[in-house]
Ligand binder design. Structure first.
Ligand code: GLC
Length: 541
């Protein structure tokens, strides 16, 4: 087994984790200061969202230099120190690689847009205006749309052509059909691998290749009548385009030049297509599985999905699960505080690598941010979808303590996004000393997972307890204790006869999400409280 299989990944959104220089934005020295905290969570790897030079139109997902550190976050020397200090504590560091697009400030794009005959012109996707009447800037090359809302083409008056972008106009997309582009990106990967990073989370990896003929995308027959233009077409020429797997294999080849490095691909696709990104064990080590974010919080729906996902995985495809990230509303807001505990128990007891989002371990919630204070380009571009789409609410500063600015930055500074109204009560310091806190539940679950082979590598078997609001499963590993996990997604108490399920083997409750659990361990009348999750340890099996 590899570290990225048995371990837990923890995502840091670096602007919001810990500021060390009083500018209201988190930085690398801030992360270094919090490494002991990270270690105390019993996580194994830290994925840091982009920290590279960038004009920050998409907060770092618009990279202007792949081989340096943005001064806001620190220097290369700070990064080397972070890596050394993390490694000294047994923590791995995963960087965010954004190969699909660069910033419009990247020297390649500056050259590319300078003239039609610049040698780097075709590093990007340039097209003439469509034939017809009317000003050239209105004659779009095709009907492609951006994920952030709006046409995927921006007209450049200087050279009289459009360039293509599926996100913000400041994020022009690279042309992976140009023979120099992929080798250059592979060298960017080597730059960090040589420094010692343990892997990459690869941004929108399934979008990296586009249709060679730039054909219009067909109408989506399933679109709702009021769907936004992006959802009214089927993305068959901008996503999962033939040839993409070959690009990913070459990226994997670079990782395989080193020991024990990994890549996890950001891919939003239905499960049957998602699993093709494992390749024959020669593509992504893991394509992110986002279904716990996308599915309704319903025991049957999630149970069905686990079965479908487990069934779809290729023979050596290692599963993974994600509860939240910097693009999605926080789990505690989606399902409430009590179910957020159940969700952590689910995440940390399923078969496959868990990815946690910073702050979810203390139950941080989305912070409502008025449109006037909105920072996120995806929301600014679609004001009518601001509530639904705005990503600022899940990116607010980490709540460390009850001091002004929550210990995220000094009291005199202004954090780049507002703090949660409840930070004086919901923070790390308050939860440290409370045995019943979400933080201590997270630590206990992560510690149990680390200690128990059944949980960190064992088999998964679903268990039907005959109650639609209970999700139950068994985790086993030969020669080790087995575990029965029972999660109550509902609001009524259950009294269960577990004798048939547990086969009379001895055991006890190892953990409950309910700190006040008073019920004993009677297996013929086993109580599961409303919104409670329980991990039962079966001795020796
Ligand atoms: C990914 C990132 C998101 C970013 C987009 C464009 O989806 O997670 O934050 O805006 O790609 O890079």
């Amino acid at each position: 087994m590899h570290w990225w299989q048995t371990g837990i990944i923890y995502q840091i959104y670096p602007r919001s984790f810990q500021d060390s220089n009083a500018d209201g934005v988190g930085d690398l020295n801030g992360i270094i200061r919090r490494l002991d905290y990270l270690k105390s969570l019993n996580i194994d790897a830290v994925w840091i969202s982009p920290i590279f030079p960038s004009p920050m139109h998409d907060f770092g997902y618009d990279v202007a230099d792949y081989c340096d550190i943005h001064p806001l976050f620190g220097t290369l020397a700070d990064f080397d120190r972070l890596l050394a200090e993390a490694h000294a504590r047994g923590l791995k560091i995963i960087l965010d690689l954004v190969p699909n697009h660069t910033s419009w400030d990247h020297p390649w794009f500056v050259e590319s847009r300078s003239s039609r005959d610049n040698p780097k012109r075709d590093y990007y996707l340039w097209r003439d205006p469509a034939p017809g009447d009317g000003p050239p800037e209105t004659r779009l090359p095709n009907n492609w749309q951006t994920h952030f809302g709006g046409d995927a083409w921006t007209y450049d008056a200087h050279t009289g052509q459009f360039y293509m972008h599926q996100f913000h106009r400041s994020q022009p997309e690279l042309n992976y059909r140009h023979p120099e582009v992929l080798p250059a990106m592979l060298d960017n990967m080597r730059f960090w691998l040589d420094r010692g990073v343990d892997g990459f989370r690869v941004d929108v990896i399934w979008l990296m290749l586009k249709d060679e003929q730039f054909r219009d995308e067909p109408p989506n027959p399933h679109a709702a009548p009021d769907a936004r233009p992006f959802d009214r077409i089927e993305h068959i020429y901008t996503a999962s385009v033939e040839g993409i797997h070959d690009i990913i294999r070459q990226m994997r080849g670079v990782l395989d030049e080193y020991d024990e490095r990994m890549m996890v691909g950001e891919i939003y696709l239905p499960v049957e297509q998602l699993v093709t990104y494992y390749g024959d064990g020669d593509e992504c080590h893991m394509p992110f599985n986002f279904q716990l974010i996308q599915l309704p919080w319903d025991a049957r729906v999630i149970g069905d999905y686990i079965r479908r996902y487990e069934g779809a995985l290729p023979p050596d495809g290692w599963p993974n699960w994600v509860l939240g990230n910097h693009d999605q509303h926080r789990i505690a807001t989606r399902v409430g505080q009590a179910q957020a505990r159940v969700a952590q128990m689910l995440l940390l007891t399923l078969r496959g690598t868990p990815t946690s989002y910073y702050g979810d371990e203390i139950g941080m919630e989305d912070v409502p941010i008025p449109f006037e204070q909105c920072m996120d380009p995806a929301a600014l571009q679609q004001p009518e979808l601001f509530e639904l789409w705005g990503r600022d609410p899940e990116r607010t500063p980490m709540q460390w303590d009850d001091s002004p600015n929550a210990g995220f930055t000094v009291p005199e500074a202004t954090p780049w996004l507002p703090l949660a109204a409840d930070y004086r009560t919901r923070n790390v310091a308050a939860q440290e000393n409370d045995p019943a806190s979400m933080l201590n539940l997270y630590r206990a679950l992560a510690a149990l997972r680390r200690a128990e082979p059944a949980l960190n590598r064992g088999d998964y078997e679903e268990v039907d307890l005959g109650q639609p609001d209970l999700l139950a499963y068994r985790r086993t590993w030969p020669g080790s204790d087995g575990f029965l996990v029972i999660l109550n997604f509902g609001s009524v108490e259950h009294r269960l006869d577990l004798r048939a399920v547990l086969n009379e083997s001895g055991g006890e409750v190892a953990l409950s999400t309910n700190p006040e659990r008073i019920h004993g361990d009677d297996i013929d009348a086993f109580h599961v409280a409303p919104k409670e999750g329980v991990v039962w340890r079966s001795n020796g099996r």
